[in-house]
Write a new protein. Structure first.
Length: 221
């Protein structure tokens, strides 16, 4: 099997690490796109912790050595060179667009949780309709606060997306941040933490832009 790690540009050199199943990293050029792959006896559906971690480590090393990395999700495997080439040719325009989207960027994740005591703290003796009005007002307030938290971070990003998340999440989102704006992004998150001590704000990253590779149609060549 040929295991795909991603599409890259301006790669300084292959990282000195082993790939999935201890495979040696190799470069391929198809339709003007440069790919990093390795050969493996594992099928794409063979999921082990070691294999997943190896894949993630290679992608992180590529991110450190490239101008752009459009990461493939773990399990992007092909039976031979022809199958790989056919898959890339089919998606070449989308892969090129995705590569340009993530160029020079990293991904940050954000999760914001609020203490949701609305149902428990509702005044006793409310009628059913009054209770529902109270809950609707609280939900509207939550949505407004989530927007206030999200929008400034989105403006510092090339792209952003919000997820449904758990019911306890006020906001769950991902941001594609240009490297030159990483410090400003982190500083704004810290200001949010100070301004909202009643919220639990968890920011993770920087990561390879897996979320936006999928949005750019390039995550599963």
């Amino acid at each position: 099997m040929i295991h795909l790690y991603g599409v890259v540009d301006e790669l300084e050199g292959l990282p000195p690490v082993a790939g999935v199943d201890a495979g040696r990293l190799e470069r391929r050029r198809i339709e003007g796109l440069e790919l990093v792959v390795s050969r493996s006896a594992l099928e794409g559906r063979d999921v082990t912790q070691e294999a997943v971690l190896s894949h993630a480590h290679v992608v992180e090393e590529l991110l450190a050595r490239s101008g752009a990395v459009l990461p493939a999700r773990f399990g992007s495997a092909f039976s031979d060179e022809q199958e790989l080439a056919d898959a890339v040719r089919t998606k070449a325009p989308a892969l090129a667009r995705g590569l340009n989207l993530v160029r020079g960027c990293v991904e940050f994740g954000l999760r914001v949780l609020a203490r949701d005591g609305g149902a428990e703290n509702a005044p006793a003796g409310l009628s059913g309709s009054d209770y529902m009005r109270t809950r609707l007002a609280e939900e509207k307030s939550r949505r407004r606060l989530a927007e206030e938290l999200h929008e400034p971070l989105a403006r510092l990003s090339r792209a952003s997306t919000r997820f449904g998340g758990a019911s306890s999440d006020l906001l769950q989102s991902a941001y594609l941040v240009p490297r030159q704006d990483v410090s400003a992004f982190g500083e704004h998150v810290r200001r949010l933490e100070v301004a909202h001590p009643d919220l639990t704000i968890v920011c993770t990253g920087p990561w390879p832009p897996y979320t936006f590779a999928a949005n750019g149609e390039g995550g599963d060549a």
